[in-house]
Ligand binder design. Structure first.
Ligand code: AMP
Ligand code: GLY
Length: 431
Protein backbone atom coordinates (compact mmCIF):
# COMPACT_ATOMS: atom_id res chain seq x y z
CA UNK A 1 0.00 0.00 0.00
CA UNK A 2 2.75 2.40 0.99
CA UNK A 3 4.57 1.43 -2.18
CA UNK A 4 1.54 2.33 -4.31
CA UNK A 5 1.05 5.65 -2.57
CA UNK A 6 4.61 6.85 -3.06
CA UNK A 7 4.21 6.66 -6.82
CA UNK A 8 2.04 9.16 -8.63
CA UNK A 9 -1.10 7.71 -10.12
CA UNK A 10 -1.03 7.48 -13.90
CA UNK A 11 -3.95 9.65 -14.92
CA UNK A 12 -6.39 8.90 -17.71
CA UNK A 13 -7.76 12.34 -18.49
CA UNK A 14 -10.72 13.71 -20.41
CA UNK A 15 -10.37 17.41 -21.30
CA UNK A 16 -13.55 19.30 -22.19
CA UNK A 17 -13.34 22.18 -24.68
CA UNK A 18 -12.17 23.23 -28.13
CA UNK A 19 -10.29 26.54 -27.95
CA UNK A 20 -6.75 27.86 -27.69
CA UNK A 21 -7.00 27.54 -23.91
CA UNK A 22 -7.76 23.83 -24.21
CA UNK A 23 -4.97 23.34 -26.75
CA UNK A 24 -2.54 24.84 -24.23
CA UNK A 25 -3.97 22.69 -21.42
CA UNK A 26 -3.74 19.60 -23.64
CA UNK A 27 -0.09 20.26 -24.41
CA UNK A 28 0.72 20.74 -20.73
CA UNK A 29 -1.25 17.66 -19.68
CA UNK A 30 0.37 15.27 -22.19
CA UNK A 31 3.80 16.60 -21.25
CA UNK A 32 3.12 15.56 -17.62
CA UNK A 33 4.91 12.48 -16.33
CA UNK A 34 1.73 11.34 -14.63
CA UNK A 35 -0.48 11.53 -17.74
CA UNK A 36 -1.11 8.09 -19.18
CA UNK A 37 -3.79 8.96 -21.73
CA UNK A 38 -5.55 12.13 -22.85
CA UNK A 39 -8.88 12.50 -24.64
CA UNK A 40 -10.46 15.80 -25.64
CA UNK A 41 -14.13 16.48 -26.30
CA UNK A 42 -14.65 17.88 -28.82
CA UNK A 43 -11.08 19.22 -29.26
CA UNK A 44 -9.85 20.86 -32.48
CA UNK A 45 -7.25 20.12 -35.20
CA UNK A 46 -4.43 21.46 -32.98
CA UNK A 47 -5.54 19.49 -29.93
CA UNK A 48 -5.60 16.40 -32.14
CA UNK A 49 -1.78 16.54 -32.14
CA UNK A 50 -1.82 16.01 -28.36
CA UNK A 51 -4.96 14.04 -27.59
CA UNK A 52 -7.48 11.62 -28.99
CA UNK A 53 -10.45 13.79 -29.89
CA UNK A 54 -13.89 12.32 -29.20
CA UNK A 55 -17.20 13.62 -30.50
CA UNK A 56 -19.13 13.66 -27.23
CA UNK A 57 -22.10 15.95 -26.72
CA UNK A 58 -20.80 17.83 -23.67
CA UNK A 59 -24.31 19.08 -22.84
CA UNK A 60 -25.37 15.45 -22.37
CA UNK A 61 -23.90 14.87 -18.91
CA UNK A 62 -24.95 11.23 -18.90
CA UNK A 63 -23.03 10.59 -22.12
CA UNK A 64 -19.89 12.20 -20.66
CA UNK A 65 -20.15 10.09 -17.50
CA UNK A 66 -20.72 6.94 -19.56
CA UNK A 67 -17.59 7.66 -21.61
CA UNK A 68 -15.56 8.15 -18.42
CA UNK A 69 -16.75 4.93 -16.81
CA UNK A 70 -16.24 2.91 -19.99
CA UNK A 71 -12.70 4.23 -20.53
CA UNK A 72 -11.58 4.25 -16.92
CA UNK A 73 -11.09 8.03 -16.95
CA UNK A 74 -9.50 9.09 -13.64
CA UNK A 75 -9.81 12.86 -14.09
CA UNK A 76 -11.98 15.25 -16.08
CA UNK A 77 -10.65 18.76 -16.74
CA UNK A 78 -13.33 21.25 -17.80
CA UNK A 79 -12.06 24.24 -19.82
CA UNK A 80 -14.99 26.53 -20.68
CA UNK A 81 -17.57 28.27 -18.47
CA UNK A 82 -20.68 26.96 -20.21
CA UNK A 83 -20.50 23.31 -19.04
CA UNK A 84 -19.52 24.51 -15.55
CA UNK A 85 -22.57 26.78 -15.31
CA UNK A 86 -24.69 23.87 -16.54
CA UNK A 87 -23.51 21.63 -13.70
CA UNK A 88 -21.31 19.13 -15.56
CA UNK A 89 -18.86 18.95 -12.66
CA UNK A 90 -21.67 18.22 -10.17
CA UNK A 91 -23.07 15.42 -12.32
CA UNK A 92 -19.68 13.73 -12.77
CA UNK A 93 -18.82 13.98 -9.06
CA UNK A 94 -22.09 12.25 -8.23
CA UNK A 95 -20.84 9.40 -10.42
CA UNK A 96 -17.60 9.37 -8.35
CA UNK A 97 -15.50 10.79 -11.17
CA UNK A 98 -12.79 13.26 -10.10
CA UNK A 99 -13.17 16.67 -11.75
CA UNK A 100 -10.92 19.69 -12.02
CA UNK A 101 -13.58 22.38 -12.33
CA UNK A 102 -16.08 23.95 -9.92
CA UNK A 103 -19.64 22.92 -9.19
CA UNK A 104 -22.47 24.96 -10.68
CA UNK A 105 -22.93 26.81 -7.41
CA UNK A 106 -19.21 27.56 -6.99
CA UNK A 107 -19.07 28.73 -10.63
CA UNK A 108 -21.59 31.43 -9.65
CA UNK A 109 -18.52 33.57 -8.96
CA UNK A 110 -18.44 33.86 -12.75
CA UNK A 111 -21.99 33.40 -14.00
CA UNK A 112 -23.65 35.75 -11.53
CA UNK A 113 -21.98 39.15 -11.27
CA UNK A 114 -24.45 39.98 -8.48
CA UNK A 115 -23.49 36.92 -6.46
CA UNK A 116 -19.82 37.68 -6.99
CA UNK A 117 -20.17 41.33 -5.88
CA UNK A 118 -22.27 40.44 -2.80
CA UNK A 119 -19.71 37.76 -1.92
CA UNK A 120 -16.81 40.23 -2.19
CA UNK A 121 -18.62 42.79 -0.05
CA UNK A 122 -19.38 40.17 2.62
CA UNK A 123 -15.79 38.91 2.72
CA UNK A 124 -14.10 42.34 2.51
CA UNK A 125 -12.45 41.60 -0.82
CA UNK A 126 -11.39 44.86 -2.53
CA UNK A 127 -13.61 45.71 -5.51
CA UNK A 128 -15.48 48.68 -7.02
CA UNK A 129 -18.55 49.94 -5.11
CA UNK A 130 -21.79 48.71 -6.71
CA UNK A 131 -25.52 48.27 -6.55
CA UNK A 132 -27.47 45.28 -7.77
CA UNK A 133 -30.87 45.57 -9.49
CA UNK A 134 -33.29 42.67 -10.01
CA UNK A 135 -35.21 42.18 -13.29
CA UNK A 136 -38.17 44.19 -11.90
CA UNK A 137 -36.07 47.20 -10.85
CA UNK A 138 -35.50 48.91 -14.20
CA UNK A 139 -36.78 52.29 -13.00
CA UNK A 140 -34.50 52.27 -9.96
CA UNK A 141 -31.52 51.26 -12.12
CA UNK A 142 -32.23 54.14 -14.54
CA UNK A 143 -32.51 56.59 -11.62
CA UNK A 144 -29.23 55.28 -10.26
CA UNK A 145 -27.26 55.91 -13.47
CA UNK A 146 -28.82 59.40 -13.72
CA UNK A 147 -26.92 60.43 -10.59
CA UNK A 148 -23.87 58.11 -10.73
CA UNK A 149 -20.43 59.65 -11.38
CA UNK A 150 -19.11 59.04 -14.91
CA UNK A 151 -17.79 56.81 -16.31
CA UNK A 152 -20.15 54.22 -14.88
CA UNK A 153 -19.95 50.49 -15.48
CA UNK A 154 -23.12 48.50 -16.24
CA UNK A 155 -22.93 44.72 -16.09
CA UNK A 156 -25.50 42.17 -17.11
CA UNK A 157 -26.04 39.79 -14.19
CA UNK A 158 -25.56 36.52 -16.06
CA UNK A 159 -23.35 34.80 -18.64
CA UNK A 160 -23.13 36.97 -21.76
CA UNK A 161 -20.13 35.55 -23.63
CA UNK A 162 -17.93 38.46 -22.56
CA UNK A 163 -20.35 41.01 -24.03
CA UNK A 164 -22.34 41.89 -20.94
CA UNK A 165 -20.28 44.86 -19.73
CA UNK A 166 -20.66 48.47 -20.86
CA UNK A 167 -18.34 51.19 -19.64
CA UNK A 168 -20.45 54.31 -20.24
CA UNK A 169 -18.75 57.71 -20.40
CA UNK A 170 -21.93 59.68 -20.99
CA UNK A 171 -25.33 59.72 -19.28
CA UNK A 172 -27.07 58.73 -22.54
CA UNK A 173 -24.83 55.72 -23.11
CA UNK A 174 -25.51 54.59 -19.55
CA UNK A 175 -29.29 54.90 -19.91
CA UNK A 176 -29.24 53.04 -23.23
CA UNK A 177 -27.11 50.26 -21.75
CA UNK A 178 -29.46 49.80 -18.80
CA UNK A 179 -32.51 49.72 -21.07
CA UNK A 180 -30.84 47.28 -23.48
CA UNK A 181 -30.01 44.91 -20.66
CA UNK A 182 -33.53 45.05 -19.20
CA UNK A 183 -34.99 44.63 -22.68
CA UNK A 184 -33.28 41.29 -22.67
CA UNK A 185 -30.25 41.75 -24.89
CA UNK A 186 -28.92 38.56 -23.22
CA UNK A 187 -31.79 37.30 -21.12
CA UNK A 188 -33.34 38.95 -18.09
CA UNK A 189 -31.26 38.44 -14.99
CA UNK A 190 -31.03 42.07 -13.81
CA UNK A 191 -27.92 44.25 -13.72
CA UNK A 192 -25.05 45.35 -11.52
CA UNK A 193 -24.02 49.00 -11.72
CA UNK A 194 -20.59 49.81 -10.40
CA UNK A 195 -17.95 52.49 -10.13
CA UNK A 196 -15.21 52.83 -12.73
CA UNK A 197 -11.78 51.62 -11.63
CA UNK A 198 -8.67 53.20 -13.10
CA UNK A 199 -5.40 51.36 -13.61
CA UNK A 200 -3.97 48.45 -15.55
CA UNK A 201 -5.59 45.02 -15.74
CA UNK A 202 -3.90 41.70 -15.03
CA UNK A 203 -5.03 38.10 -14.66
CA UNK A 204 -3.91 35.75 -11.90
CA UNK A 205 -4.94 32.09 -11.92
CA UNK A 206 -5.20 30.10 -8.71
CA UNK A 207 -5.33 26.31 -8.92
CA UNK A 208 -7.64 25.46 -6.00
CA UNK A 209 -8.62 22.30 -4.16
CA UNK A 210 -11.43 23.85 -2.12
CA UNK A 211 -9.13 24.81 0.75
CA UNK A 212 -5.58 25.32 -0.52
CA UNK A 213 -4.26 26.82 -3.72
CA UNK A 214 -1.25 27.51 -5.92
CA UNK A 215 -0.88 30.80 -7.82
CA UNK A 216 0.42 30.53 -11.37
CA UNK A 217 2.43 33.21 -13.19
CA UNK A 218 0.49 36.48 -13.50
CA UNK A 219 -0.45 37.39 -17.06
CA UNK A 220 -1.75 40.36 -18.96
CA UNK A 221 -4.35 40.11 -21.71
CA UNK A 222 -5.10 42.69 -24.43
CA UNK A 223 -8.88 42.87 -24.71
CA UNK A 224 -9.41 45.56 -27.32
CA UNK A 225 -9.18 44.79 -31.02
CA UNK A 226 -6.91 47.73 -31.89
CA UNK A 227 -3.36 48.79 -31.07
CA UNK A 228 -3.08 51.15 -28.10
CA UNK A 229 -6.15 49.50 -26.52
CA UNK A 230 -8.57 51.06 -28.97
CA UNK A 231 -11.72 49.77 -30.64
CA UNK A 232 -14.11 47.04 -29.56
CA UNK A 233 -13.72 44.51 -26.79
CA UNK A 234 -12.78 40.98 -27.86
CA UNK A 235 -12.18 37.66 -26.14
CA UNK A 236 -8.49 38.71 -25.91
CA UNK A 237 -6.00 39.53 -28.66
CA UNK A 238 -2.74 38.49 -27.02
CA UNK A 239 -1.07 37.96 -23.69
CA UNK A 240 2.22 37.62 -21.93
CA UNK A 241 3.52 36.17 -18.68
CA UNK A 242 4.85 36.77 -16.15
CA UNK A 243 3.52 40.33 -16.10
CA UNK A 244 5.90 42.60 -14.17
CA UNK A 245 3.02 44.90 -13.13
CA UNK A 246 2.02 42.16 -10.69
CA UNK A 247 4.88 42.67 -8.26
CA UNK A 248 5.62 40.17 -5.48
CA UNK A 249 3.84 42.58 -3.07
CA UNK A 250 0.72 42.61 -5.22
CA UNK A 251 0.85 38.83 -5.53
CA UNK A 252 0.99 38.61 -1.73
CA UNK A 253 -2.13 40.80 -1.55
CA UNK A 254 -3.87 38.56 -4.08
CA UNK A 255 -2.99 35.58 -1.92
CA UNK A 256 -4.10 36.90 1.46
CA UNK A 257 -6.82 39.44 0.67
CA UNK A 258 -8.43 37.78 -2.35
CA UNK A 259 -7.87 34.08 -3.00
CA UNK A 260 -7.74 32.88 0.62
CA UNK A 261 -10.96 34.70 1.62
CA UNK A 262 -12.65 33.40 -1.54
CA UNK A 263 -11.80 29.79 -0.72
CA UNK A 264 -12.75 30.19 2.94
CA UNK A 265 -15.98 31.98 2.11
CA UNK A 266 -17.05 29.53 -0.58
CA UNK A 267 -16.34 26.56 1.69
CA UNK A 268 -18.26 28.15 4.56
CA UNK A 269 -21.12 28.84 2.17
CA UNK A 270 -21.27 25.16 1.26
CA UNK A 271 -19.78 25.53 -2.24
CA UNK A 272 -16.07 24.72 -2.01
CA UNK A 273 -14.21 26.02 -5.05
CA UNK A 274 -12.30 23.28 -6.85
CA UNK A 275 -10.70 24.29 -10.14
CA UNK A 276 -9.08 27.39 -11.57
CA UNK A 277 -10.09 30.67 -9.95
CA UNK A 278 -9.39 33.44 -12.43
CA UNK A 279 -8.81 36.72 -10.61
CA UNK A 280 -9.21 39.70 -12.93
CA UNK A 281 -7.37 42.58 -11.27
CA UNK A 282 -7.23 46.33 -11.71
CA UNK A 283 -3.89 47.63 -10.45
CA UNK A 284 -3.24 51.29 -9.74
CA UNK A 285 0.08 51.64 -7.94
CA UNK A 286 -0.32 49.72 -4.69
CA UNK A 287 -4.07 49.76 -5.00
CA UNK A 288 -5.49 46.40 -6.09
CA UNK A 289 -9.14 45.70 -6.87
CA UNK A 290 -10.99 42.73 -8.31
CA UNK A 291 -12.71 43.55 -11.61
CA UNK A 292 -14.15 40.08 -11.98
CA UNK A 293 -13.80 36.45 -11.06
CA UNK A 294 -14.04 33.66 -13.57
CA UNK A 295 -14.42 30.02 -12.65
CA UNK A 296 -12.00 28.76 -15.30
CA UNK A 297 -8.72 29.51 -17.02
CA UNK A 298 -8.56 32.59 -19.26
CA UNK A 299 -7.93 32.59 -22.97
CA UNK A 300 -5.37 33.54 -24.34
CA UNK A 301 -3.64 33.94 -20.95
CA UNK A 302 -3.52 30.15 -20.41
CA UNK A 303 -1.40 29.80 -23.53
CA UNK A 304 1.38 31.86 -21.94
CA UNK A 305 0.88 30.75 -18.34
CA UNK A 306 1.18 27.06 -19.32
CA UNK A 307 4.16 27.83 -21.57
CA UNK A 308 6.26 29.11 -18.66
CA UNK A 309 4.99 26.65 -16.03
CA UNK A 310 7.40 23.90 -15.08
CA UNK A 311 5.05 21.38 -13.53
CA UNK A 312 3.41 18.02 -13.73
CA UNK A 313 0.12 19.70 -14.59
CA UNK A 314 -1.78 16.40 -14.65
CA UNK A 315 -0.68 15.63 -11.08
CA UNK A 316 -1.39 19.20 -9.97
CA UNK A 317 -4.96 19.22 -11.37
CA UNK A 318 -5.60 15.70 -10.04
CA UNK A 319 -4.46 16.67 -6.55
CA UNK A 320 -6.67 19.77 -6.69
CA UNK A 321 -9.64 17.67 -7.83
CA UNK A 322 -9.07 15.30 -4.90
CA UNK A 323 -8.78 18.03 -2.27
CA UNK A 324 -5.08 17.54 -1.66
CA UNK A 325 -3.11 20.16 -3.60
CA UNK A 326 0.47 19.04 -3.96
CA UNK A 327 2.64 22.10 -4.60
CA UNK A 328 5.67 19.80 -4.95
CA UNK A 329 4.47 18.97 -8.50
CA UNK A 330 5.60 22.49 -9.43
CA UNK A 331 9.27 23.18 -10.00
CA UNK A 332 8.71 26.78 -10.96
CA UNK A 333 5.63 28.77 -11.94
CA UNK A 334 7.61 30.88 -14.38
CA UNK A 335 10.53 29.60 -16.39
CA UNK A 336 11.45 32.60 -18.54
CA UNK A 337 8.78 34.57 -20.40
CA UNK A 338 6.08 33.82 -22.92
CA UNK A 339 4.24 36.03 -25.39
CA UNK A 340 1.12 35.16 -27.35
CA UNK A 341 -0.20 37.02 -30.38
CA UNK A 342 -3.69 36.10 -31.56
CA UNK A 343 -4.19 35.88 -35.32
CA UNK A 344 -7.82 36.82 -35.93
CA UNK A 345 -10.19 36.74 -38.89
CA UNK A 346 -10.66 40.06 -40.70
CA UNK A 347 -13.77 41.75 -39.31
CA UNK A 348 -13.61 40.14 -35.84
CA UNK A 349 -15.19 40.92 -33.34
CA UNK A 350 -17.98 41.69 -35.81
CA UNK A 351 -18.85 39.59 -38.87
CA UNK A 352 -16.06 37.58 -40.47
CA UNK A 353 -15.65 34.85 -43.07
CA UNK A 354 -14.90 31.22 -42.20
CA UNK A 355 -13.40 28.32 -44.14
CA UNK A 356 -10.31 30.15 -45.44
CA UNK A 357 -7.20 27.98 -45.95
CA UNK A 358 -4.33 28.48 -43.48
CA UNK A 359 -0.65 27.95 -44.32
CA UNK A 360 2.75 28.42 -42.70
CA UNK A 361 2.21 26.84 -39.28
CA UNK A 362 5.02 24.30 -39.76
CA UNK A 363 7.38 27.10 -40.83
CA UNK A 364 6.42 29.13 -37.74
CA UNK A 365 6.97 26.13 -35.48
CA UNK A 366 10.38 25.41 -37.02
CA UNK A 367 11.59 27.63 -34.17
CA UNK A 368 11.53 25.20 -31.22
CA UNK A 369 10.48 28.05 -28.91
CA UNK A 370 7.26 28.63 -30.85
CA UNK A 371 3.93 26.85 -30.47
CA UNK A 372 0.94 27.75 -32.59
CA UNK A 373 -2.17 27.02 -30.55
CA UNK A 374 -5.39 26.44 -32.46
CA UNK A 375 -8.35 28.51 -31.32
CA UNK A 376 -10.77 28.61 -34.25
CA UNK A 377 -9.67 26.13 -36.94
CA UNK A 378 -11.16 23.09 -38.62
CA UNK A 379 -10.30 20.59 -41.35
CA UNK A 380 -12.12 20.83 -44.69
CA UNK A 381 -11.20 18.32 -47.41
CA UNK A 382 -7.90 17.68 -45.63
CA UNK A 383 -7.02 21.36 -45.56
CA UNK A 384 -6.72 23.38 -42.34
CA UNK A 385 -9.14 26.31 -42.54
CA UNK A 386 -10.30 29.19 -40.36
CA UNK A 387 -13.37 28.47 -38.25
CA UNK A 388 -13.69 31.32 -35.74
CA UNK A 389 -12.90 34.92 -34.90
CA UNK A 390 -9.74 34.13 -33.00
CA UNK A 391 -8.02 31.59 -35.26
CA UNK A 392 -4.54 30.91 -33.87
CA UNK A 393 -2.52 31.84 -30.80
CA UNK A 394 1.12 32.23 -31.80
CA UNK A 395 3.11 31.70 -28.63
CA UNK A 396 6.85 31.97 -28.08
CA UNK A 397 9.05 31.55 -25.02
CA UNK A 398 12.43 33.16 -24.29
CA UNK A 399 14.67 34.20 -21.44
CA UNK A 400 13.49 37.80 -21.72
CA UNK A 401 10.08 39.23 -22.51
CA UNK A 402 11.51 41.28 -25.39
CA UNK A 403 12.85 38.14 -27.06
CA UNK A 404 9.58 36.28 -26.55
CA UNK A 405 7.73 39.16 -28.22
CA UNK A 406 10.18 39.27 -31.13
CA UNK A 407 9.92 35.50 -31.66
CA UNK A 408 6.11 35.56 -31.63
CA UNK A 409 5.94 38.29 -34.23
CA UNK A 410 8.53 36.56 -36.44
CA UNK A 411 6.40 33.43 -36.29
CA UNK A 412 3.20 35.40 -37.03
CA UNK A 413 4.75 36.72 -40.23
CA UNK A 414 5.19 33.15 -41.53
CA UNK A 415 1.50 32.27 -41.23
CA UNK A 416 -1.02 33.22 -43.89
CA UNK A 417 -4.77 33.18 -44.39
CA UNK A 418 -7.00 35.66 -46.19
CA UNK A 419 -7.96 38.55 -43.91
CA UNK A 420 -5.42 37.68 -41.18
CA UNK A 421 -5.21 40.45 -38.58
CA UNK A 422 -3.41 40.88 -35.28
CA UNK A 423 -2.37 43.55 -32.83
CA UNK A 424 1.18 44.84 -33.23
CA UNK A 425 1.71 46.00 -29.66
CA UNK A 426 1.32 42.90 -27.50
CA UNK A 427 3.40 43.37 -24.33
CA UNK A 428 4.71 46.71 -25.62
CA UNK A 429 3.86 48.43 -22.33
CA UNK A 430 5.91 45.92 -20.35
CA UNK A 431 8.86 45.77 -22.76
P1 AMP B 1 -15.76 41.85 -16.85
O1 AMP B 1 -16.56 40.96 -17.75
O2 AMP B 1 -16.39 42.12 -15.55
O3 AMP B 1 -14.34 41.44 -16.79
O4 AMP B 1 -15.61 43.23 -17.64
C1 AMP B 1 -15.06 43.29 -18.93
C2 AMP B 1 -14.08 44.41 -19.02
O5 AMP B 1 -14.74 45.65 -18.70
C3 AMP B 1 -12.95 44.32 -18.01
O6 AMP B 1 -11.92 43.53 -18.47
C4 AMP B 1 -12.55 45.78 -17.90
O7 AMP B 1 -11.74 46.16 -18.99
C5 AMP B 1 -13.86 46.51 -17.99
N1 AMP B 1 -14.40 46.73 -16.64
C6 AMP B 1 -15.25 45.95 -15.95
N2 AMP B 1 -15.53 46.47 -14.74
C7 AMP B 1 -14.83 47.61 -14.65
C8 AMP B 1 -14.70 48.64 -13.65
N3 AMP B 1 -15.36 48.58 -12.50
N4 AMP B 1 -13.88 49.67 -13.92
C9 AMP B 1 -13.22 49.75 -15.08
N5 AMP B 1 -13.31 48.85 -16.07
C10 AMP B 1 -14.10 47.79 -15.86
N1 GLY C 1 -9.01 36.55 -21.62
C1 GLY C 1 -10.09 36.81 -20.77
C2 GLY C 1 -10.97 35.67 -20.48
O1 GLY C 1 -10.65 34.54 -20.74
O2 GLY C 1 -12.05 35.89 -19.94
Amino acid sequence: MLFLRTFALMERILLIGSGGREHALAKALVASTSCDKLWAAPGNPGIEREAECVQLNVADHGAVAKFCLKNDVSLVVIGPEQPLSEGLADFLREENIDVFGPSKSAAQLEWSKGFSKDFMLKHHIPTAPYRRFTPTERAAALDHVRIHTLPVVIKYDGLAAGKGVVVASTRDEALIAVNDMFDGAFGSDGVVIEGFLIGEEASVFAVCDGRDFVLLAPAQDHKRIGDGDTGKNTGGMGAYAPAPIVTPEILATVRTRIVKPVLDGMREGGSPFIGCLFVGLMIDGDDVNVVEFNARFGDPETQVVMSVLNADVAALFASAARGSIDASTITTVAMGYACNVVLASGGYPDEYAKGLPISGIDEAEADPHVTVFHAGTSMKDNVLVTNGGRVLGVTATADTLANAVRRSYEACAKISFAGKTHRSDIAAKAV
